[in-house]
Each structure stands twice: as C-alpha cells, then as structure tokens.
Design a protein around this ligand. Structure first.
Ligand code: LLP
Length: 386
C-alpha cells in the first residue's frame, strides 16, 4: 500500500525534516515480536540505527531489549524505559566510564571484543565487588556480500575475536572471579538480503559450541547480532521485512539447547521503512548534458548515499506530471553530495516537496552540522497537528 504523506501539513514546516510513519513502526514491531515469540527468541533493538527518544520509547514499550554501543546509548535506552536486564553492550572501544556505567546499572551483558578489554572489565568489576556477565564477540569470518563499509565478520575487520584465540580468551575469563562467561556474540554485517551468509554463520556457531562443550562450557546465550536487510527499492510494497523467514532459517540450522537463549540485534529492519527525509526543491538547474534537482537537504541530513553509495527511493510529493531524468543533489560544498544520478522523478519545480524514502535507519542519527547547518527537524505521523 502506498504510504500517504500529509503534504498540506508539511507546507507549514521548515524543511528538511524527518517524518516517521508510526503505523509502519507499530506494524513492524508487531511482526518482529510475533515471529520472535513463536521461537522464544530475544530481540535487542540496535539503538545505533535510530536513537530518537520517541522512537526508542515506542520500541521499549513493545517489549524489546536494547543493543548499545556506547555509554550515551545506554543512557538513552534507560531513559526511554528499556530495562537494564535487557541491555547488551558491544563495541571495540569501550571507555572506562562506559564500562562503569554498565556495571553500575547491572546491564545484562558486555559483548567483549578483545583480551585487553576483558582485563579492564575484570578489574573495574572487581573494584566494585561485582561480577560482569560476558559474551565473547566471535569473528566468524563469514562474508556477508554487502557493502565493504558495513561488512564486519571477516578476519581483517577490527571487530570481534578470531576463533583461534578462543582458548586464550576463556583462560583470561577464568582468571578473574569478577567475570562470568555467559555467551557468544556474532554479527556478520548489515543490509543482508540473501539468507546464504547466515547459513555460513550457523556452521561456525555449531562448530564452536561443539568445541566448547568438549571443554565442558555450556553457553546460556547465543547472540546472532543484526543484519537483516530492507527493501530500499520498494518501500511501499515491502514495508515490513520478512522476520518470519529470518528466524526460521536460524531455527532450522541452529536448534537451541535446553535452557539456552537465542538473541538478535536488528536495527535497520525495525526502523528503516518508517522514516523519510522530507526536503524541498531549491532549484531545477539545467546543465549541458543533464538536469539537476538541487534540494535543501544534503549529506548532512542523510549521509548514506554519499558514504555507502546507498540507494533511497526519491519521490516528488508535489507533482503528478510525467517523469524526467535528474541528478538529485544537495547544497553541501562537496562533490559527493549527491543523492542519486539519472533518477526518474515527476517533473520537478522550485518548492516541490521531495521524500527520500526508507531513511528511518542510520538517517537522523547520522546527521551532522557540517557547513554550520542546523540539525533536521523531526515529526511523527500521529502528532503532526500544528
Ligand atoms: N549488532 C551489531 C554488533 C552491529 O554492529 C550492528 C550494526 C547491528 C547489530 C545492527 O545491524 P542492522 O540490523 O541495523 O543491520 N550505517 C550503516 C550501517 C552500520 C551498521 C553497523 N552495525 C548504514 O547506514 O548502512
């Protein structure tokens, strides 16, 4: 179904701004919780995808946990109502204050990415007389066939611990009474649209489990991270990702042992399709061989096209004239400030409203103030009365 935009209301607002369709978010949350409940899977929303306080609070009310990668995200998650016992904390560079915050709040798990980090968590927990629950982030060396900037599971990535080092890591945990090994954590990358890379992940997970059981180690928690992709080309016909297929493939290849909890950390698949960046056409500029639409939004508001060559559907909300071909660009003084080349758009005019779709994940949260620009405004479909 085609998403409706309240154009008349938009006309009273300063562009550019993010607009969130709260029905799409609610439907997505309903789908993910229904499907996860069928398998008793635990879902921790990856806060990095969108940390808007209103969005976080809707997600926490739906009963999800939170996957955080900084002290700031832990604070934002707690403030939005996520219970500490559903918060996991990952990241290769956890600062001491962030570890202390996690310990003071009794978060559920530290996903640890190196031996030096283990030592610091062990010491800080001992100083507080606490026991930190640890999951080892394993680098499964699975290529997720996604953009190289968002692939994380191969040997040369900075993330995770290589399987060869597992014994050293377990010995280190054993040497601290302030550390308790509770699980393994994996994440192979983001915007994964084929299920095959996940199959590679199970093979590694099963292998590792088998090895650990020889060492008489039982893992309470297996966390498979995030990564489920969304349909950037068809946000209207595919607003809710296929959580059913995602979970079923895990169920098929990784049957959990009795008493074992399986966790996931989806980010993009929860919030991606509910958000659009709304912008206005400043100028339609005739080049020699092409025609440009110059928007009042640039990579400062949505960096994904410039940073990852990412595709976002672009829609002219103000025009139903026949389509023309344009390069859609922003106003930033950088030649990479391009949203799309040779893009088909209903004939554009100065003042037309443009929606950049599927921008709910890694959109607002990655906005910046380069060129002394203001951060974008934010509006929600259920409270846009002005
Ligand atoms: N868990 C871990 C350990 C992660 O590193 C990430 C994402 C997630 C979960 C959530 O992944 P998701 O379900 O959203 O794919 N800014 C980039 C994406 C960076 C993803 C970083 N890690 C983009 O705009 O495409």
């Amino acid at each position: 179904m085609k998403q409706q935009f309240p154009l008349e209301k938009f006309k009273q607002l300063q562009t550019p701004f993010y607009y969130y369709d709260m029905d799409v978010l609610e439907k997505t949350l309903e789908a993910v919780t229904n499907e996860a409940n069928k398998h008793n899977y635990h879902i921790h929303y990856a806060v990095k995808a969108n940390a808007n306080p209103r969005i976080l609070s809707v997600i926490s009310k739906a009963g999800l946990g939170a996957d955080c990668v900084s002290g700031g995200e832990i604070q934002a998650a707690l403030k939005a109502g996520f219970p500490a016992e559903k918060i996991v904390f990952a990241g290769v560079g956890k600062a001491d204050w962030e570890i202390n915050l996690g310990l003071d709040e009794n978060i559920s798990c530290f996903n640890v990415e190196s031996i030096p980090e283990l030592e610091v968590i062990g010491e800080l927990a001992a100083a507080k007389g606490k026991v930190a629950r640890i999951a080892i982030r394993i680098n499964p060396e699975v290529d997720a066939h996604t953009h190289h900037h968002i692939t994380t599971g191969t040997k040369e990535d900075k993330f995770g611990i290589n399987i060869e080092q597992i014994d050293k890591v377990i010995d280190k945990i054993d040497s601290f009474s302030s550390l308790k090994l509770t699980g393994m954590h994996f994440h192979i990358g983001s915007q994964i649209t084929e299920m095959e890379p996940f199959a590679g992940l199970f093979v590694k997970a099963v292998e590792l489990e088998r090895y650990l059981s020889q060492r008489r180690i039982f893992l309470e928690n297996i966390n498979f991270g995030g990564g489920l992709g969304i349909d950037y080309k068809h946000p209207d016909s595919n607003p809710v990702p296929d959580f059913k297929a995602w979970f079923e493939i895990f169920r098929k290849y990784f049957p959990a042992r009795p008493g074992q909890q399986v966790h996931f950390e989806p980010g993009r698949s929860i919030v991606g399709q509910c958000g659009s960046l709304i912008s206005k056409v400043l100028y339609v500029k005739e080049g020699v061989f092409k025609r440009f639409v110059v928007l009042d939004a640039g990579f400062t508001e949505l960096i994904r096209p410039a940073f990852y060559d990412a595709y976002h559907e672009i829609e002219n909300l103000s025009s139903d004239e026949t389509q023309d071909i344009y390069d859609v660009v922003g106003p930033i003084c950088e030649s990479s400030d391009i949203f799309a080349k040779a893009c088909k758009l209903n004939k554009a005019h100065r003042g037309d409203y443009i929606a950049l779709r599927s921008a709910g994940a890694y959109g607002e949260v990655m906005a910046m103030q380069y060129n002394c620009r203001k951060l974008p405004g934010v509006y929600f479909s259920d409270s846009i009365e002005i």
